[in-house]
Design a protein around this ligand. Sequence first.
Ligand code: ARG
Length: 577
Amino acid sequence: MTLSLENLINQKISNAFNTLGLDDKYAFVKISDRPDLSDFQCNGALALAKIEHKNPREIATRIQTELEKDNDFSHISIDGPGFINLSLSDDLIARNMDEVAADKRFGVASVAKPKTVVMDFGGPNVAKALHVGHLRSAVIGESIRRIEQFVGNNVISDVHFGDWGTPMGMILSEIIRQDGSLEKVENYTIEDISDFYKKANIRCKEDEAAKENARVITAELQNGNPQYRKAWMHLRKVSVEAVKKNYKELDAHFDLWLGESDAHETCAKIVKIAAKKGVSEVDDGATIVRLEEANKPKPPVILVKSDGGYSYQVTDIATIKMRVDDLKADEIIYVVDKRQSLHFEQVFEVAEKIGIAPHVILKHVGFGTVNGSDGKPFKTRDGGVMNLEDLIALSKEKVRESMPEPDAQYDASYIENLVSEIAIGAIKFQDLKNNSASGYIFELDDFAKFEGKTGPYIQYAIARINSILRKASEVGIRSGKIQISNREERELALKLAQLNSVIMRAHADTEPSILSDYAYTLAQTFSTFYNASSIMNEENKTLASSRLKLAKLVRDVLKLLLQLLGIKAPEVMLKKQ
Ligand code: ARG
């Protein structure tokens, strides 16, 4: 197994600690807070001194003396109360880069014990076109899914279709109102169904009787009325087909297309378990669970509504049980709007209380809203909710403007595919470049530019290196052993060496923006390197070969990062001259 530079040093420090009889729990480094003074620092002496009631500088000096026997460290100093500052020899850095370049995982570690992680994201609903609010769940969720998979976990993604609540009864009753029956349902397309839903929504807001009717039909549907079931199956099927198309375009992958409806039977079991455990009570006709309010007051969880219908909450609780029992989940990650935080806190607390998911980690990754320039949720020009499809079309239009005319080498279909990869890449990167929890303003002007912190900038950096590799091969430069001959090469290598810790951090924090940040700075560091260190015009052939190998490694790492973000890396990028 190839170790990242950081882990290689950790190993050396560990050995030194062991030789000195020190607890190696504290034998690790982090990137130096003062890169002008050192490459890494180890603060272990301070922690040890506290426990052993000794002078930290004294412990640090012993570690220093031990490490100085190793030529791989070019300079070791002790600063402040006992920080050990470490600089590495160029030779060590070069050797490690050679190993990393030859490794399929580029020195990135895998988890020691792979877990089964169920990922709940997407969360579309029957009859509702995906809108900009669904974008983040798909984009962030897909990236986390890929990160989980890359570190070695067994990931199962489930779209958790919203196919069981009152909207079902609303649509069915609206169809019956207009057609007199459900006979024509099978002919209806997603557009028709969305239309019925919109009308039903307005009607139910204005008319109590219509609302009551929708409620009754929902309850009957849930209780198995065959006529309603048959019609509902069609609504569901058509809706699934429509969103599948959207997710395909976004390159979001779901292993399971289960929905709230699939948890129906298990909901009854949950109600029974809760009663048996003595945690539920009947309040005003509804079955509820009261929660501990010691830390934070939380409203009670409704399991069964007073009309007998199951709630959104109990559906999620039942789904947890299914994921634990059937899928053997060790962890369940929900990527859902942070406005649903309370819902998940409640659901997780009940799951814990009734003991359906012992030792299972339940995690809600809540994200902020996509906003317009007014700081309010992003709307269309006429004030409506922005459809995801329209947003993608808008982005493509923007990218198309910067494309050249098709020619013999790049025909129209090639360009159209490129437009799609750039446009989707731009949308996704804009969504992934900030901390998930904070909302962001959808930038309509700059997000698809080739400069600045954008998806196309990274795609362009990759394509540029591709072109360097092609040219180098044409003039017969081959990639060869890496050596560090100047400051820019050294900085680039040290930047590359951060890959392992960056991916580990993104994984631990379920935070893709750590990857997008790193991809951006890596691309910038490459630019600085390439401006200072020529490959094509370098007389010294060994140096040219070394640089070529570094360039290829940067390209491969950037491709991996985009892959983990769910963004395509086109081989060639085109631009209008
Ligand atoms: N369909 C829901 C909505 O549109 C989101 C589902 C989120 N996932 C979950 N397990 N509750 O709000």
